[in-house]
Design a protein around this ligand. Structure first.
Ligand SMILES: Nc1nc2c(ncn2[C@@H]2O[C@H](COP(=O)(O)OP(=O)(O)OP(=O)(O)O)[C@@H](O)[C@H]2O)c(=O)[nH]1
Ligand SMILES: [Mg+2]
Length: 299
């Protein structure tokens, strides 16, 4: 069944893509096995992450505009882990990216995380690969950086844009370890706000101190609402995509993906019904030990 979906997606069938994503969200039985047989085209996946409200969707909207102007086609996935109200997320992004929802060269899809702990959508890797099969030139993935999932976010994308805002002054200290580490490019958005210049130099200093590998991460200031700085973001992203990634980092990110898929493969093999019955029985025992019980499944 998945083969059929995928060949329709490869032919640019938007409705097949939409249905396949919905199906993958709910029940992806057989999808991993099918993807293992498919030549998934290599195409740039750009992650756009940052704190809630930083302007990620507005920036994404502006980036779509710049790419479309170059004659490119774009697929966009928006992952909203913060809102349990899927509909709310969809509506918000619909307003932000309204211009593009009906454009023939743009595909936009919002995904909720369905309560996955602070992270990404549990099927985001597979869904991204489904989207890769669709004939779009590049893929943008918007995710909220909330602390837990940074490496996952970075693992998903070929290059990651971290969007920060001038008022993030204090916030930036706490997310140092996470967001700062995964950035290939920083965007200081809302630079129409007071303190933008000061924030930028603060960030520059931090980034310099943080990285011991001598790599300078570019920092670009934007006003996404006015499309200021967008060209520079696009140009820099292109350069970043052309230059080879750091081997160490690529390994780490690929490992993250592999771990994610392994967990899924493995969990799928377990029979939840049998497990529950076995667990209930084990719990009757006076010296029930969850670790001992779990270790039975660990081989
Ligand atoms: N002043 C100013 N406001 C901006 C700028 N970019 C975005 N905004 C506003 O900031 C608010 C949040 O923008 P979004 O694009 O929804 O931010 P987001 O990061 O996608 O938000 P979540 O997805 O909810 O985390 C909106 O009201 C935007 O209009 C900017 O450059 N300057
Ligand atoms: Mg958004």
């Amino acid at each position: 069944m998945w083969d059929k979906w995928i060949s329709q997606i490869q032919q640019g069938d938007v409705r097949a893509l939409a249905r396949a994503i919905s199906l993958a969200e709910n029940d992806s039985t057989g999808l991993l096995e099918t993807l293992a047989q498919v030549a998934i085209p290599a195409k740039p996946v750009i992650g756009i992450t940052g704190p809630p409200g930083a302007g990620k969707s507005t920036l994404t909207d502006a980036l779509i505009g710049a790419l479309i102007a170059e004659g490119k086609s774009v697929a966009v996935l928006c992952v909203d882990p913060s809102s349990p109200f899927h509909q709310g997320a969809v509506l918000g992004d619909r307003i932000r990216m309204s211009e593009w929802y009906t454009h023939p060269n743009v595909y936009i899809r919002s995904l909720a995380t369905r309560g996955a702990l602070g992270g990404l959508h549990p099927r985001i890797l597979e869904i991204t690969d489904l989207v890769k099969c669709f004939p779009a030139d590049c893929i943008l993935v918007e995710t909220v950086g909330v602390g837990q999932s940074e490496v996952e976010v970075a693992g998903l994308a070929d290059r990651t844009v971290v969007v920060l805002v001038p008022e993030a002054g204090d916030e930036i200290q706490t997310m140092k370890a996470g967001l700062l580490e995964i950035a290939d490019l920083f965007v200081v958005n809302k630079s129409d706000r007071p303190d933008a210049a000061r924030f930028q130099s603060h960030l520059e200093r931090m980034v310099r101190e943080d990285r011991t590998d001598g790599i300078t991460i570019p920092i670009i200031s934007t006003v996404a609402t006015e499309k200021k700085g967008i060209e520079e973001v696009v140009t820099t992203l292109k350069e970043l995509l052309r230059s080879p990634g750091q081997q160490e980092r690529e390994d780490l990110l690929m490992m993250e993906k592999a771990k994610h898929l392994l967990r899924e493969h493995w969990l799928r093999k377990l029979d939840a019904g049998k497990m529950k019955a076995s667990l209930r029985e084990a719990m009757q025992s006076e010296n029930f030990n969850l670790y001992a019980w779990v270790s039975r499944y660990a081989d």
